[in-house]
Design a protein around this ligand. Structure first.
Ligand code: AMP
Ligand code: MG
Length: 319
């Protein structure tokens, strides 16, 4: 989870902030989980602090880059005890692997490391390197039982970057609700949940144009639902002058750039929206929409090659 391009988030924040300007709503942004996290709510500073603390807690448990985190230790040792939260996220991740036929797979760790190093070295990986890293990827080799996780093959590594931000948003919304907050928006780098309403009715969320900074392709109106976007323009590796999006196709080992350009998911919770945005991004519009259309209460907008826009039938209910 590293910092590259946050324009999408900035645009979203601006749009939302302009709504929140005049009223009892308060807002705060902090950098957490490698991105900007903005919370707007009609509660108090203490409510916002409580919500941020829980996001920090998720980061401390689940970042694969943070020495001492549960995922860091699990990746080092190949097995170990984890908290209920980490076990829950890993279980859910495996469910989304099953739903997406392996397109979403948190065991992409070795491939993510390979591409990270490729950026540092300034050359794309050799096919042998890709093959080796790819052979370690496989959600079926993750076992979770009674708070213990085992990675069945040596060298396997988990990367929760495609789901943990969504989970953190859900936890933050849980804290706000328990504290009695009725209206709030928690946005972690484009993975967000809209609780209740904004100052002027439903929360309005802008979908960023994937190629023109500051331009929005549409605005959706959301209440008590999550929205998450995965895009090749938000975070990427630059290798030999070319961009390589941060999402990796586990079947080929290659990064995905240009097709699709972005996937936005509306779902009942942010964990679902986050994981599906990443997984459907790998599958693309044809296979991706087939899966979306079979899932209850989930809608998608996919922006493909040449700005072709695909939306699921229920998407129009959010305009
Ligand atoms: P997101 O920003 O939610 O789309 O997730 C992108 C992040 O998820 C990447 O930066 C990686 O850490 C991780 N990732 C990359 N490819 C995959 C994949 N195919 N399945 C699950 N996680 C992935
Ligand atoms: Mg995601």
């Amino acid at each position: 989870m590293r910092n590259f391009c946050y324009f999408f988030v900035v645009v979203l924040s601006l749009l939302i902030l302009s709504e929140a300007g005049s009223s009892k709503y308060i807002t705060q942004t902090r950098i957490l989980m490698g991105t900007y996290v903005t919370i707007i709510c009609d509660g108090s500073r203490e409510d916002i602090n409580g919500a941020f603390s829980v996001i920090k807690k998720v980061e401390n448990l689940m970042s694969d880059q943070l020495p001492g985190s549960e995922i860091y230790l699990l990746n080092q040792k190949g097995e170990g005890e984890v908290s209920n939260w980490t076990a829950e996220v890993i279980k859910k991740a495996v469910e989304f692997s099953q739903i997406t036929g392996g397109a979403f797979d948190i065991s992409v760790g070795p491939l993510v490391d390979l591409w990270r190093n490729a950026e540092l070295r300034g050359r794309v990986p050799f096919s042998k390197e890709l093959e080796r890293a790819r052979s370690l990827v496989g959600y079926r080799n993750i076992a979770v039982e009674n708070g213990r996780v085992k990675l069945k093959n040596e060298g396997m590594r988990l990367d929760l970057g495609g789901i943990a931000k969504g989970y953190a948003v859900d936890k933050a919304i849980g804290v706000l609700k328990r504290r009695g907050v009725k209206n709030a928006l928690v946005n972690a780098g484009g993975d967000l949940f809209c609780l209740g309403e904004g100052p002027h009715g439903k929360w309005r969320v802008g979908i960023q144009h994937p190629r023109e900074e500051g331009k929005i392709v549409g605005i959706i109106k959301i209440s008590n639902k999550a929205v998450a976007t995965s895009g090749d323009y938000r975070r990427y590796y630059v290798i030999e002058g070319r961009r390589h999006g941060h999402i990796i196709n586990p079947f080929t080992g290659w990064t995905i750039q240009g097709n699709p350009m972005s996937v936005t998911i509306i779902a009942p919770d942010t964990t679902t929206a986050d994981a599906l945005a990443t997984g459907i991004f790998v599958l693309g519009p044809d296979k991706g929409m087939k899966i979306i259309n079979e899932l209850p209460d989930v809608e998608a907008m996919i922006i493909g090659e040449g700005m072709s826009i695909f939306t699921s039938p229920g998407w129009r209910n959010y305009y």
